[in-house]
Design a protein around this ligand. Structure first.
Ligand SMILES: [Zn+2]
Length: 391
C-alpha cells in the first residue's frame, strides 16, 4: 500500500514557530523529516505540499471574530484576547498564515483519502487538538483535526472515529463534536487531576443527543507501555467494532514518553511504534483501511520526537523500521551541529519490551480499575457488555 499513502510535508510548515524558548519548537518536525529521509523511509515518496486553509475552512470550527483576532494580533498594540499573547500561545509573525497552513496540511490528507487518491495520509505538523472555537490554547491556534473531521463529514463520511494518544486530553476536538453522534472521540491521556488542561474525565460522555460518542481514558502518572497497551486494547477495538467508522483520524502526540519534560507518563519509543502499528491494524480491520494521522505534542526534541514520528511515517507507508535499526550517522552529525553535547540515541529503540497481557475481565492489575470504570460508563451506550472481556 506504500504508493497509496500520502505524506504531507513542506518546509514552510516550519513557520509555525512560537519562538524563543517555547517548547513547541519546529526543529522537532525538521529533525523528524531528516531522520525519516536518512532511514530511507521516504525513498521514492512524493511529498504532498499543502495550501493554507481558507477562512471558510477555518469557520467550520472557529468563530470569525477569533480568526480576525489571529490575523491582526502581530500588528496591533493592544491585548487581542482569545488566549493569544500568553506564555503558552505567544503572538508570532505571520501567525495566521502559518496556522492556516497547518490546517491545510491535515485537510490535504483528508482530501487525498476522500478522493480515493490515498487510503492513508500523515501530516506530522498537525494535531493541534487544544484549539477551541474562539480561543487559542495549549500551543494550538487553529484546530486542524476538527477542521479535517468537519470537512470529511461534508464529503461522504458519516461515521468518523478520532483517536487521540497525546499525553494531554484532546479537549478541543471533543468540544467541537460533543453533540455530534457521527464523530466518536476517544482520548487516552494522563489523569487530568494531575495534568493540564484538567478535563478528560470518564464521565465526559457526550451531549444529550450523542451520549457515548465522547470517550475518555485517564491513565495514572508513570504508566508504562504494557499497561497503556492493555488499557487501549481492552476498550478501543470493541468500541470501533460497535461504531463501525468509515475512517480513523488519529492525533499521535509523543509527549507520553518517559523523558518528555511536560508530563509524567512513562512510555518509550518502542511503545509509540507499537501504538502506530496498532492504529494501522484498527484502520485496516474496522475502517476500510482509511487512516488520517497527525502529529501533536512531544517536547523531547532530539531524543524522542524524531525517532517516534519516523516510526509513524514508516508505519503509514508500510515501511516499518525495525527497532534495532541504527540511527544513521549523517542524521546524528546534523544534530551534533546544534547540540554538541546532547546524549543522542544510537538505535530506533529504547530497548523496552512492549508485550502485555490482555485484560481478562477482572481487577488483576492496578490499571484495571481504569478499564472497569471506562467500560462501565461507555460500553452500555454502544450495546456492549462492560464486564465481558469478549466484548
Ligand atoms: Zn500534549
Amino acid at each position: 500500500m506504500g504508493d497509496r499513502a500520502a505524506v504531507v510535508w513542506d518546509s514552510s510548515l516550519l513557520g509555525y514557530d512560537l519562538g524563543g524558548e517555547h517548547p513547541f519548537n519546529p526543529i522537532r518536525l525538521e529533525l523528524t523529516m531528516r531522520l525519516a529521509s536518512a532511514l530511507g523511509v521516504l525513498d521514492g515518496v512524493e511529498l504532498r505540499v499543502p495550501e493554507p486553509a481558507t477562512e471558510s475552512d477555518l469557520e467550520r470550527v472557529h468563530e470569525l471574530g477569533y480568526v480576525r483576532a489571529v490575523q491582526q494580533a502581530p500588528t496591533v498594540a493592544w491585548d487581542v484576547g482569545h488566549g493569544l499573547g500568553t506564555d503558552d500561545n505567544p503572538v508570532f509573525d505571520r501567525m495566521h498564515a502559518a496556522s492556516a497552513l497547518v490546517v491545510g496540511g491535515s485537510l490535504l490528507g483528508a482530501r487525498e483519502i476522500a478522493s480515493g487518491a490515498a487510503d492513508r495520509a500523515v501530516s506530522i505538523a498537525g494535531g493541534l487538538h487544544h484549539a477551541m472555537r474562539d480561543r487559542a490554547a495549549g500551543f494550538c491556534v487553529y484546530n486542524d483535526c476538527a477542521v479535517a473531521i468537519s470537512w470529511l463529514l461534508d464529503n461522504g463520511f458519516d461515521r468518523i472515529a478520532y483517536l487521540d494518544v497525546d499525553v494531554h486530553h484532546g479537549d478541543g476536538v471533543q468540544a467541537a463534536f460533543y453533540d455530534d453522534p457521527r464523530v466518536l472521540t476517544v482520548s487516552l491521556h494522563q489523569n487530568p487531576a494531575t495534568l493540564w488542561p484538567g478535563t478528560g474525565f470518564v464521565n465526559e460522555l457526550g451531549g444529550r443527543e450523542a451520549m457515548g460518542s465522547s470517550v475518555n481514558i485517564p491513565l495514572p502518572p508513570h504508566t508504562r507501555d504494557p499497561a497503556w497497551l492493555r488499557v487501549f486494547n481492552a476498550v478501543v477495538p470493541s468500541l470501533l467494532s460497535a461504531f463501525r467508522p468509515q475512517i480513523l483520524v488519529t492525533q499521535c502526540g509523543v509527549d507520553t514518553h518517559e523523558e518528555d519534560p511536560l508530563a509524567d507518563l512513562s512510555l518509550s519509543v518502542d511503545g509509540h511504534r507499537e501504538i502506530y502499528r496498532t492504529l494501522r491494524g484498527l484502520a485496516d480491520r474496522y475502517a476500510g483501511g482509511k487512516w488520517l494521522a497527525t502529529g501533536g505534542g512531544g517536547y523531547q526534541l532530539l531524543r524522542v520526537v524524531p525517532r517516534s514520528w519516523s516510526h509513524l511515517i514508516a508505519t503509514v507507508l508500510d515501511r516499518d523500521v525495525a527497532p534495532e535499526t541504527r540511527v544513521p550517522a549523517d542524521w546524528t552529525a546534523t544534530v551534533r551541529k546544534i547540540a554538541p553535547h546532547a546524549d543522542l540515541p544510537t538505535t530506533m529503540s529504547d530497548g523496552r519490551d512492549t508485550a502485555f497481557d490482555p485484560w481478562g475481565g477482572g481487577l488483576d492489575r492496578p490499571v484495571d480499575a481504569v478499564i472497569r470504570d471506562v467500560r462501565r460508563a461507555v460500553f452500555p451506550l454502544h450495546g456492549l457488555d462492560p464486564d465481558d472481556p469478549r466484548d
